[in-house]
Each structure stands twice: as C-alpha cells, then as structure tokens.
Design a protein around this ligand. Structure first.
Ligand code: NDP
Ligand code: MG
Length: 388
C-alpha cells in the first residue's frame, strides 16, 4: 500500500536537484509532505523554502549558520547542525532525497539506509566513497536505495524495481550513456586552452557547478561507472560507457540473449526525481516526454579515452577497490574546487587526481572512521599538490 501522504526529507534543498525536487513536490501536495530540509550557504533561500512548505526541521552546516538562520525562521522551527544533524534529518521521513553535493552527503546516505527508509540518491559521491559501508547499511530491513542520477535511474527502470538492487545473472552488461560534455571531439592539444566558462557550459543539462565541471572532464562518467557497480552489483568490466550527444537514451542494459533495454526521455531531472519519490506509482506529468513526429536523432560513439583520462582513472580505482574510489572522489572534489576558484586550469584537473592516486595505499574500508581518514588523507595530498 502506498501511504496517502509520504513524508519527505529533502537534504541539499537549495541546489539544482533540490530546486527541481521542490518543483515536483509543489505539483503533488496531496501525495507528499515536506518535513525536513537542509542547505549550505544559501540561508535566505532555505528560510523561504521552510516558510513555503511549513517544514518542521531544518539542517545547517555549523553553529554560526544556525544563528543566522534562526533570525529568518519562526522559533518553532527546529534547526539541526552539522553531520549529526543531517543524520537525524535523514531519519525523519519515509523518503529521503540526498541532493547534497559531494562527500558531505555521507551522513544522509548512511542515516537513511540505517533508518530503514527509502533513499532517493542523487549524491553519488557518498555511495562511491563508502561503497562497502553503504552495502552494509542497505541490509537494514526496509532500507531501499532508488537512484536519482538519470543514467542509474534508467538502468533501475530497465531492470525493474526491487530485483534491480542486486546483480542479476541474466544481465550481460550495463551501457552508461554520456553526452560527452562541452569538449567532445576536441584533441588533447585543443583541451590545453579551454576555460572555466567553457567548462560550465554543458550542452544538454543544467546542473550544479561541480557536476558540470565533472561532466567536462568525463570524471562524472567515471564516477558513474563506480556508482553503477555499487548500486547494481555488477563489476566494472561489465559496464561500458557510450557517448550519446543527444542525452535522450539515458542508459541501457544488455541481457545474456543480446536483447538491450533502454529508457528514453528528454533530459529533465524532474523525471527521475519524481520516479524515485512516487515508486511504485508513476506520477502523471509527462516530464521529459518525447515528440517523435518532430524527428528525434540518436547517435552513439565510443568515448575518447586518450584525451579524457578520467575514465581510465575510475576503472583503475575500481580495480584497486577498498578506499581507492574514496580517494579518487575526494581528490577530484579538491581539484574541482580549486578550478572553480581559478587556482588551477582545466587541463590540470585530471592530472592532479592522477598524482594523488599514485600515492594510494590499500585499505579495505572496514569502518566509517577509516572512510573519514582516507577522505582526509586524499584531500591533504591533493591540496598539497595545488600551486601556492
Ligand atoms: P548544487 O551545488 O546545485 O547543490 C548542492 C546542495 O548541497 C545545495 O543545497 C548546497 O547548499 C548543499 N551543500 C553543498 N555543500 C554542502 C556541505 N558541505 N554541507 C551541507 N550541504 C552542502 O549540486 P547539484 O544539485 O547539482 O548536485 C547535488 C548532487 O546530485 C551531487 O552529488 C551531484 O553529483 C548529483 N547529481 C546532480 C545532477 C543535476 O542535474 N544537478 C544530476 C545527477 C546527479 P547551498 O547551495 O545552500 O550552499
Ligand atoms: Mg548522471
């Protein structure tokens, strides 16, 4: 039975996925009740969301943020702080949307799964970094992990529902589609000169800055290979990347008999968000609906792995296993931050991550403490390799 009113926690409510999730919730006031939100720096925005939806619990990053937010909301609103706050908020609802950016989303992922509720996961970094720990938390009775990332939501839909959660013997391979980003077709020589502005101009998707930069290096696709492996229990040797510039086929599953299933729609994140919230029902909004009468062209090509080295780095991190994906993701976060702050060039991004990975020391990642230590070590190494 679908509860008539599902309580939703939207963590990272002020970001790109957060705002699009709010659009879905606005259209479905009888189905969903937004009970908890969180944000980072945009406190006025966070207060406005609290007022519009009458949210009871709000999460912020630090005690200083709490003081500033308290001036903007009614005193009946409970404000929770930091990682522990995020963890508690993730246990306050029937469905938790993790729309936080980066490793900072880890307490949401672990908190929701350990509470035995549905986690609608946009935040890929927490899953990639903490895969063995997330796997353990997924065993909690009632815990359900539904991907919001468009490629993974496509694969989930192709595999259909609960059986999608674990490796199925009849799946031969997963085919992750990639738009190729703004620099598709460019040679290594041309890529030496691309700028921050060029990297932030994605051809098909409008997203937050970090993932937009990741899409320009194909690191996003590398991270998504790791994400798919962790989500669906398929080893990376059976996950291929296919460049598909139109971003209409969101990903595909090939079965052992050669049959391939795909999910198609116009690129619109409201569709996977609504799917992950409404499951097992589909919400009636036609987000992303295609009009074939106006002509839909679909083309596919292999990624250029010599100009875009991030893909190979991700496959190598998967081969190393343990904490290697956590190192890759942490080093990449530092690199992207530095690039957005104009401290390094676009062409320095992937080499910086590669340098950090050369120092990786094997760790099986048995505990949450070990994960935080590995994350800190990789960040320290990456920061140490930035220009002064
Ligand atoms: P944004 O940068 O637009 O939003 C991130 C959200 O997280 C904001 O609410 C931000 O707060 C908050 N936040 C940032 N840093 C912290 C922190 N240290 N502690 C707590 N909260 C923080 O990102 P996106 O919405 O683009 O992406 C969110 C996640 O979804 C990422 O993991 C991304 O990879 C994934 N994703 C995004 C897609 C998209 O279309 N955007 C598609 C597929 C996946 P504030 O803004 O107030 O500072
Ligand atoms: Mg994606």
């Amino acid at each position: 039975m679908v509860p008539s009113h599902r309580r939703v926690a939207l963590l990272g409510a002020t970001g790109s996925i957060g705002r699009q999730s709010l659009e879905v919730l606005r259209r479905e006031p009888d189905r969903f009740d937004l009970v908890a939100i969180s944000g980072g720096e945009q406190l006025a925005e966070l207060a406005a969301i609290q007022r519009e939806f009458g949210v009871s619990w709000v999460g912020v990053k630090s005690p200083a943020h709490r003081e500033r937010l308290a001036l903007l909301v009614d005193e009946s609103v409970e404000i929770l702080v930091g990682d522990e706050g995020l963890r508690q908020l993730a246990q306050s609802a029937d469905v938790v949307v993790n729309a936080v950016m980066g490793f900072a989303g880890l307490p949401v992922t672990i908190g929701a799964l350990e509470a035995g509720v549905r986690l609608a996961l946009a935040n890929k970094e927490s899953l990639i970094a903490g895969a063995p720990l997330v796997e353990r938390a997924r065993a909690t009775p009632g815990a359900e992990l539904v991907p919001v990332d468009s490629e993974h939501c496509a694969i989930y839909q192709c595999l259909v529902g609960a059986s999608a959660q674990r490796g199925r013997p009849d799946v031969r391979r997963l085919l992750l589609t990639a738009s190729g980003g703004p620099f598709r077709g460019m040679s290594s020589a041309q890529l030496q000169h691309v700028t921050r502005e060029d990297a932030l101009r994605h051809p098909t998707w409008s997203m937050g800055d970090k993932i937009t930069v990741d899409s320009s290096t194909l690191m996003n696709k590398g991270l998504e290979v790791l994400e798919a492996s962790a989500l669906f229990g398929v080893e990376v040797a059976r996950i291929d990347v296919v460049v598909h510039p139109q971003s209409v086929v969101h990903s595909m599953v090939e079965f052992v008999d050669g049959s391939i299933l795909a999910q198609l729609s116009n690129p619109d994140m409201r569709l996977p968000i609504a799917y992950s919230l409404g499951l097992p029902e589909r919400l009636d909004h036609r987000w992303g609906a295609l009009d074939f009468s106006s002509g839909v062209e679909l083309t596919f090509e292999a990624p250029d792995r010599s100009s875009f080295r991030a893909l190979d780095l991700a496959y190598e991190a998967a081969r190393l296993g343990g904490a290697a994906p956590a190192w890759l993701s942490a080093a990449n976060e530092v690199a992207v931050d530095a690039f957005l702050a104009r401290r390094i060039q676009w062409c320095d991004l992937v080499p910086l991550v590669a340098t950090v990975m050369e120092h990786y020391e094997s760790d099986e990642l048995a505990t949450l403490g070990a994960l935080y230590e590995n994350d800190a070590t990789a960040r320290r190494l990456a920061t140490g390799n930035l220009p002064h």
